[in-house]
Design a binder for this molecule. Structure first.
Ligand SMILES: C[S@@+](CC[C@H](N)C(=O)[O-])C[C@H]1O[C@@H](n2cnc3c(N)ncnc32)[C@H](O)[C@@H]1O
Length: 199
C-alpha cells in the first residue's frame, strides 16, 4: 500500500482535484470548529500535507502521521520558518504515539485502512477529553472513484449510519456529517463528507 503512495508522491499536488478537496474539507472544518492556537492536532494519513498546512496557521501544532516515506518527504519540503508541520512515520494501529491531541483531522485516508473500528478506537485513545475528530472520506461508491485501480483501497466509501453506530459504540458523542465536496466526472459523482464527533 505504501508503494502506491510512494510512487504517486512526486506528482501528488499537481492538478486541481486534490487541492479542491483539501480546500473544501478545510473550509468545512474551520467553519464549524473553533480552531485556536492552544490546540495540538494530528492529521492522520497526512500525505504531502495538503490539509495539514491549511490547519497549521490556526493552531499550536500539527503532526502529520503517514506510512509513506515519499509522501512525508514532500510534506517536509514545504516546511518553512514561518509555518511547519511535524512529519511522523508511525503506524498508530500497531502502537500508540504516546501523545494526546485536541483534535484529529484526516482527508481521504480512511478508505485505505482495512479495520475501521480499530482505527476509530485509536483515534479515541489519542484524544484529550473534549477533543474532536473531523474525518473526510467518500460516501458509498461503486469502486470507480480510484481511476488507477483499487489496490490498497479497502472500502468503496462509507455508509453514514454504519459509521455513526460504530462511533457511538466506541464512546464518541455528537456524531454529525457535513457534505464537503463533490467530485464530478463522466463516470459519476462522488460526494465527500466530513464526519465530526467529540470525546
Ligand atoms: C489518498 S492519500 C490522502 C493524503 C492527504 N490526506 C491528502 O488529502 O492529499 C491517503 C494517505 O493515507 C496514508 N495512509 C494509509 N494508511 C495509513 C495508515 N494506516 N497510517 C497512516 N497513514 C496511512 C497513505 O500513505 C496516504 O498518504
Amino acid at each position: 500500500m505504501s508503494e502506491r503512495f510512494n510512487n504517486a508522491a512526486a506528482g501528488w499536488d499537481k492538478g486541481d482535484m486534490r487541492q479542491n478537496i483539501a480546500d473544501a474539507v478545510f473550509q468545512t472544518i474551520a467553519n464549524r470548529i473553533a480552531l485556536n492556537p492552544s490546540m495540538k492536532i494530528m492529521d492522520f494519513g497526512a500525505g504531502t500535507g495538503l490539509l495539514s498546512f491549511k490547519i497549521a496557521p490556526m493552531v499550536g501544532s500539527v503532526v502529520g502521521v503517514d506510512l509513506s516515506e515519499k509522501m512525508l518527504e514532500q510534506l517536509e519540503a514545504k516546511n518553512s520558518d514561518e509555518l511547519s508541520v511535524e512529519a511522523l512515520y508511525h503506524d498508530i494501529l500497531a502502537s500508540s504515539l504516546g501523545r494526546e491531541f485536541n483534535g484529529i483531522v484526516s482527508s481521504m485516508a480512511l478508505h485505505h485502512v482495512a479495520d475501521t473500528a480499530h482505527l476509530f478506537r485509536e483515534f479515541y485513545a489519542h484524544l484529550k477529553k473534549g477533543g474532536f475528530i473531523a474525518i473526510a472520506d467518500l460516501e458509498e461508491e461503486d469502486g470507480s472513484f480510484h481511476t488507477h485501480g483499487n489496490e490498497g483501497v479497502h472500502h468503496f466509501g462509507f455508509n453514514r449510519e454504519a459509521l455513526r453506530k460504530l462511533l457511538e459504540n466506541i464512546g464518541f458523542t455528537s456524531v454529525r456529517f457535513h457534505e464537503a465536496y463533490r467530485v464530478v466526472r463522466e463516470s459519476g459523482t462522488y460526494p465527500i463528507f466530513v464526519l465530526m464527533a467529540n470525546k
